[in-house]
Design a protein around this ligand. Structure first.
Ligand SMILES: Cc1cc2nc3c(=O)[nH]c(=O)nc-3n(C[C@H](O)[C@H](O)[C@H](O)COP(=O)(O)OP(=O)(O)OC[C@H]3O[C@@H](n4cnc5c(N)ncnc54)[C@H](O)[C@@H]3O)c2cc1C
Length: 261
């Protein structure tokens, strides 16, 4: 039977762009270009390597995001994933991590899976907590922060590198793993891959397809609220210490004045 891999990928605002808050204190996504979260490219890469080793495997990439999030799916398809699912609904506006994990859990269940792969964190929210919440909602083992991952004999195994030790971990399928940026360079899409991606299926689901009500997600369903936000103050010119014999002393005085020493 085919190994069904679902890779969760996030479409994130370009970190090099100038980001702003909208009036309701959510991120103004219309204001900035987006892209596939770089850390999720590692998740796609690991899925492709696992599929290469398997007799038969199918990789579905899944995103919850606005209309433009299709760009992130296309990139993952051009890397080699087989098909994509885009969950999009106006009522998702303002959904926090609890709501996002609920939507992803429903979508993963509807898609069908043996293995869910996520990145270690998104490059915008960077909470790194979604994989654990998603595994809990699915009721499957979670093996997080892997720098090496393999699937064999109905089990997923992997290595988690900590500061003082490396752990070898194992879980029976179905399971969820998250992979780190140490798991192996993500491939660039080839020209052939980019052309092939145009013909790969992308399904669009909304909340009703997932039997979810608007009140369970969006700002209304969010457990976290941004109460205020202010523009970061403009950078001021630095202090130049000119060494005319007293440079060291002046430097120490400056650092003491800033309470660094
Ligand atoms: C239209 C829309 C509006 C939103 N508005 C808000 C808001 O106003 N306030 C707020 O707090 N949050 C909002 N979110 C949710 C937020 O952007 C994050 O998706 C969510 O909070 C997860 O947090 P994180 O990015 O820190 O996840 P992390 O835990 O850092 O992510 C880890 C991994 O989970 C997976 N993942 C995370 N998010 C997604 C996703 N959306 N789709 C697929 N895989 C994913 C990726 O594999 C990622 O590498 C919104 C989301 C959408 C789609």
């Amino acid at each position: 039977m085919s190994l069904r891999i679902v890779v969760c990928v996030k479409y994130v605002p370009d970190a090099t762009g100038d980001r702003h808050f909208a009036d309701d204190l959510t991120v103004d996504r219309d204001d900035v270009d987006g892209l596939l979260s770089e850390l999720d490219e590692y998740a796609v890469e690991q899925a492709l390597q696992i599929a290469d080793e398997a007799d038969d495997a199918e990789i579905t990439v899944l995103t919850v995001g606005p209309e433009d999030a299709k760009d992130a799916l296309r990139k993952a398809l051009s890397m080699g994933a087989d098909k994509a699912i885009h969950v999009e609904d106006d009522d998702l506006h303002g959904t926090d991590v609890i709501g996002t994990s609920l939507v992803l859990a429903k979508a993963v269940e509807k898609a069908g899976y043996d293995l869910v792969i996520t990145g270690m964190a998104s490059t915008d929210g960077t909470m790194g907590v979604l994989p654990a919440i998603l595994a809990e909602r699915l009721g499957v083992p979670q093996v997080t922060l892997l720098s090496e991952v393999k699937v064999e004999d109905g089990k997923v195994t992997g290595r988690r590198d900590g500061d003082s030790a490396s752990e070898q971990l194992e879980a029976s399928l179905p399971a969820l793993v998250s992979v780190t940026d140490q798991s192996g360079e993500a491939r660039y899409p080839s020209f052939k891959g980019i052309m092939a991606a145009k013909k790969k299926p992308v399904e669009s689901w909304d909340l009703s397809d997932l039997d979810l009500d608007a009140e369970e997600v969006g700002l209304e369903g969010a457990y976290t609220v941004v109460e205020s936000a202010a523009q970061r103050p403009a950078r001021t010119a630095g202090t130049v210490v000119k060494d005319e014999g007293e440079g060291g002393k002046q430097l120490a005085e400056f650092l003491a004045g800033q309470k660094f020493i």
